[in-house]
Design a protein around this ligand. Structure first.
Ligand code: PBG
Ligand code: ZN
Length: 328
C-alpha cells in the first residue's frame, strides 16, 4: 500500500480545479512591500535602466505611481533616498537632513494614503562620499560605533517625519540597540524596527547600486555584510538583532538564501521578511527578454519559493505587478 500502483500522485493533479484545491494559497498582496527610490524635487519620473519597470520618483510622482499599486491591495512601501549634487561627506550626514528626499516624501505619502505602511531604509552609503555604509576609521575600515551613532540619527529623522518603521541595512554590530535606544529617547516608542538582520555580501545588489548611485568607490562590503561561506555567523546576526529589540528580522537576498530564510524562521518567533533584491528581479527580466522564460510565470514561481521557505512578508520590486503575476 506504500507505493505504486496503489499510490498514484497524479490523481492529486489531474485537473486544474483539483490542482487549485490542493495548492497552497498564493501570498496576498498585503504581504508585499514595494521598495521605491525617491529623489528630491517635483515631476521627476526617471527610468532605471538596470531595473525594467522601476523608476526614480519625486514624491508627487510617487503618489501617482502608487494609485494602481494600492488598488491591487499592496499596503506598504520601503523608501530609499538619494542625495544629489555636492554635500556627500565622510560620515553621511545628509542622510539625517530633515529636508532630505525621504523625510520630505513621508508626509506627502501619508496625506495621500493615510493607511499606507511606510518603512524607510536606514543606511549611509547613498550619502557618504566614499559610498560605504558608515564613516571610515584610520585603517580604512568602516568605523562601527561611529556608524551606529549616525544611523540612530537617521532613524530618528525618519520617525520624526512619520515613518511607521525603520529598516537599518548597514550591518553594523549593535545598530539595532543603538537605534531602539535613540527612538525611545526621542519619544518614538511606536516605531517598528525591522532589522536587515542577515544581509549577505552579494552580487545581487548590482542593479540597485546603479539606481542609488551607492557603489563603494573603493573596496567592497565584505568587512560588514555577512559571508555566504559562513552560515552559522549569518544566523547569529539574526538572533542578536532579535535580542537587541528588533520587531522583525530579514534575510537578504532571498532566492540564493532560501535555506537561511527557513533556518532563521525556525529559530525565531519574530516575523522573517525576505528581501527579493534588485539582481533577482533584473535577472528574471533579462532571461525573459532573451526568450528563456515567461516573465510573470517565472516571477510567480520564484515568489512561491520565498514563501515556501518560510518568509512571512516579501520586500519585492514585483509588488506593483501583483495582479499580472498572481492573476487576481
Ligand atoms: C544599502 C542597501 C543595499 C540594498 C538595500 N540597502 C545595497 C548594498 O548593500 O550594497 C540592496 C537592495 C537591492 O539590491 O534591491 N545598504
Ligand atoms: Zn549601505
Amino acid at each position: 500500500m506504500n507505493g505504486y500502483p496503489d499510490v498514484r500522485l497524479r490523481r492529486l493533479r489531474r485537473t486544474a480545479a483539483i490542482r487549485d484545491m490542493f495548492a497552497m494559497p498564493p501570498p496576498g498582496p498585503e504581504k508585499f512591500i514595494w521598495p521605491v527610490f525617491v529623489v528630491p524635487g517635483a515631476r521627476r519620473r526617471e527610468r532605471i535602466d538596470s531595473m525594467p519597470g522601476q523608476f526614480r520618483l519625486s514624491a508627487d510622482e510617487l503618489v501617482k505611481e502608487l494609485a494602481p499599486v494600492v488598488a491591487q491591495g499592496v499596503k506598504s512601501v520601503l523608501l530609499f533616498g538619494q542625495h544629489e549634487g555636492d554635500g556627500k561627506d565622510e560620515i553621511g550626514a545628509p542622510a539625517a537632513d530633515p529636508h532630505g528626499a525621504v523625510q520630505r516624501a513621508i508626509p506627502v505619502l501619508r496625506a495621500a494614503y493615510p493607511d499606507l505602511v511606510i518603512f524607510t531604509d536606514v543606511c549611509l552609503c547613498a550619502y557618504t562620499a566614499h559610498g560605504h555604509c558608515g564613516p571610515r576609521d584610520g585603517d580604512g575600515d568602516v568605523d562601527n560605533d561611529a556608524a551606529c551613532e549616525m544611523l540612530a540619527r537617521v532613524a530618528v529623522s525618519h520617525a520624526r517625519a512619520g515613518a511607521d518603521g525603520v529598516a537599518p541595512s548597514a550591518m553594523m554590530d549593535g545598530q539595532i540597540s543603538a537605534i531602539r535606544q535613540a527612538l525611545d529617547d526621542e519619544g518614538f516608542k511606536k516605531t517598528l524596527l525591522v532589522a536587515y538582520s542577515t544581509k549577505f555580501a552579494s552580487q545581487m545588489y548590482g542593479p540597485f547600486r546603479d539606481a542609488e548611485n551607492s557603489a563603494p568607490s573603493q573596496g567592497d562590503r565584505q568587512g560588514y555584510q555577512a559571508s555566504f561561506r559562513d552560515p552559522k555567523t549569518a544566523i547569529r546576526e539574526s538572533l542578536l538583532d532579535e535580542a537587541e529589540g528588533a520587531d522583525a528580522l530579514m534575510v537578504k537576498p532571498a532566492l540564493f538564501y532560501l535555506d537561511m530564510i527557513r533556518e532563521v524562521s525556525s529559530r525565531s518567533l519574530l516575523p522573517v521578511m525576505a528581501y527579493n533584491v534588485s539582481g533577482e528581479y533584473s535577472m528574471i527580466h533579462a532571461a525573459a527578454e532573451k526568450g528563456y522564460c515567461d516573465l510573470h510565470a517565472t516571477a510567480r514561481e520564484s515568489l512561491y519559493a520565498i514563501f515556501r521557505a518560510g518568509a512571512s512578508q516579501v520586500i519585492s520590486y514585483w509588488a506593483p505587478f501583483y495582479r499580472e503575476i498572481f492573476g487576481k
